[in-house]
Ligand binder design. Structure first.
Ligand SMILES: [Zn+2]
Length: 75
């Protein structure tokens, strides 16, 4: 489950690293709609369920953060 923190490494690839007015969803390479689809699939597979759920949860939290700061769910 803690391995899902690794997905936030792609936040580090962006410049600036943290921008409160930017949506992570749809911006970072691992926060696109195709990766999110893969995370959903992972959460249905018994062996990768916790990693998948953790990643989906991460995307939901990022999306909520985006909604609160920008009024939109994704970029
Ligand atoms: Zn993120």
């Amino acid at each position: 489950m803690s391995a899902t923190i690794l997905v936030d490494l792609d936040h580090l690839l962006a410049t600036p690293i943290y921008d409160a007015t930017r949506c992570s969803i749809g911006f970072h390479p691992l926060h696109g709609f195709i990766p999110i689809g893969i995370y959903v699939l992972l959460s249905f597979h018994p062996k990768t369920r916790y990693v998948g759920l953790g990643l989906v949860l991460h995307m939901i939290l990022d999306s909520i953060d985006c909604q609160l700061t920008n009024g939109i769910w994704f970029q």
